[in-house]
Design a protein around this ligand. Structure first.
Ligand SMILES: Cc1cc2nc3c(=O)[nH]c(=O)nc-3n(C[C@H](O)[C@H](O)[C@H](O)COP(=O)(O)OP(=O)(O)OC[C@H]3O[C@@H](n4cnc5c(N)ncnc54)[C@H](O)[C@@H]3O)c2cc1C
Length: 405
């Protein structure tokens, strides 16, 4: 019997990147079905810092105003030492001739997801099904058959024309495709905390990178639903300690007061632990299957590039797949998606996030002194600060990717 395929793209994973891919596709006239394994959206505090090119995509998709209403604009960021001294301060306002959004934007990704779901709910050609865990797929000449289990574990299948793996770092779509995830895992894990205290009174800006070989930290201002401070402090663990030892409340408290110079006791609302990797999929497209977001690439969070990069994957792929869908391009344009986004991830995200980690945890005092002097000199020169911020805000990397044929 000849297999028939539903006329739709199937997006596996209802995280931020999967939902943005779906929203962009459906707004371009491509019917979409999103399959999400969990029965409700994931609540883990993870990505929270958004760069200007991401805000441009969210504006085009019509969701930026709703997000702006619940997040924070961040006009400047600092690099500091643990004793509270400031190494460099960067004012993002210098980007004003390069983007309509010359700032960072802070909002936990778990708060972004409901806004995206609400936007998708208004689209008659989009459907999101929770409790659908994809277990594998078969590709045929005209489409894909996707296998899944539902929320009670019953196995079933459905079909579509194209398959997009937006199912995160452990992507089943990537594994079932046999695509390698090349790279490495850092020995140290990172502890992620949320604090109810007001850290501004200790001189912190809304984004801070606190340098130290063993006890560095990233300190970001976030807010809870009531608009109260909910600062995110992320720091590295000693690889020799167990998760229980690392997350012991006394240990968390000791590490936090050590890095929040001037504080004696802090109010910890949340603490969790994550493994950190640098990996890029060997292919972002194989046949009718494409990978986006963490399914395609993962990196350490220093600089806030992971989700931002995933949003660019989503926007890049949606434009090309819509062209294929509507017969404006043949499917070789999807190989250009691979060339543009994979290159951008390898050349910018991987290198810059590793460089940022080296900047924050440099062990050699002389190298550290020189690197701090250099950073101070960059921040002190308007021209050099602009070129530094065009890089670190991902504007250059998005422009460079667009030039790749
Ligand atoms: C501590 C920390 C801080 C970070 N900070 C930043 C930051 O400031 N800025 C930034 O840009 N990035 C940041 N990141 C990275 C960011 O969180 C990720 O890049 C982002 O979550 C990727 O989104 P995604 O939609 O690709 O994947 P995910 O958010 O992982 O979503 C994948 C979805 O797929 C679903 N799924 C998984 N398997 C299946 C299956 N088999 N079938 C169906 N559904 C499935 C999952 O349930 C999930 O909902 C940070 C990460 C961490 C850990």
């Amino acid at each position: 019997m000849t297999q028939t395929f539903e006329d739709r793209a199937i997006v596996v994973g209802g995280g931020p990147v999967g939902l943005i891919t779906a929203l962009d596709l459906v707004q371009r006239g491509v019917p979409v079905l999103v399959l999400e394994a969990e029965t409700t959206p994931i609540q883990d505090p993870r990505g929270a810092a958004f760069h200007p090119p991401t805000l441009e995509v969210l504006e085009r998709l019509g969701v930026l105003d709703d997000l702006m209403a619940i997040g924070l604009k961040i006009p400047l960021w600092q690099v500091r030492n643990r004793d509270g001294s400031i190494v460099a301060e960067f004012d993002l306002g210098v980007l004003k001739d390069h983007t309509a959004y010359p700032y960072r934007f802070h909002l936990g990704q778990q708060k972004v997801v409901p806004v995206l779901l609400a936007a998708l709910a208004k689209q008659p050609m989009a459907e999101v099904r929770f409790g659908h865990r994809v277990t594998g797929f078969e590709e045929q000449a005209d489409g894909v058959i996707v296998h899944y289990t539902d929320d009670v574990g019953a196995a079933s299948e459905l079909t579509g024309r194209w398959l997009i793996g937006a199912d995160g770092a452990r992507s089943q779509v990537r594994k079932a495709s046999g695509i390698a995830f090349e790279g490495f895992t850092w020995p140290e894990r990172f502890v992620v905390t949320n604090l109810a205290d007001d850290l501004e009174k200790y001189g912190f800006a809304y984004t801070n990178y606190v340098t130290d070989p063993d006890r560095w930290a990233v300190v970001l201002r976030l807010e809870d639903e009531a608009g109260e401070p909910n600062w995110r402090v992320t720091y590295p663990t000693d690889p020799a300690l167990s998760d229980e030892e690392v997350l012991d409340p006394a240990s968390v408290q000791e590490r936090l007061v050590d890095v929040i110079s001037g504080a004696e006791k802090l109010t910890v609302r949340y603490s969790g632990i994550c493994r950190v990797h640098q990996r890029v999929a060997a292919e972002f497209r194989r046949g009718r299957v494409m990978l986006v977001g963490d399914a395609a690439h993962i990196n350490n969070p220093l600089g806030g590039f992971g989700l931002n990069s995933g949003v660019q994957d989503a926007a890049n792929l949606a434009a090309k797949l819509a062209d294929v869908w509507h017969g404006r391009s043949d499917d070789t344009v999807l190989d250009r998606y691979d060339r543009q986004r994979r290159t951008s991830n390898i050349e910018f995200v991987q290198k810059a996030s590793i460089r940022n980690k080296k900047m924050i945890d440099e062990r050699d005092p002389e190298v550290r002194r020189r690197s701090q002097e250099e950073l101070g000199a960059i921040a002190g020169s308007p021209e050099r600060a602009l070129s530094h911020l065009l890089e670190s805000s991902m504007i250059n990397s998005v422009r460079a990717a667009a030039e790749i044929e």
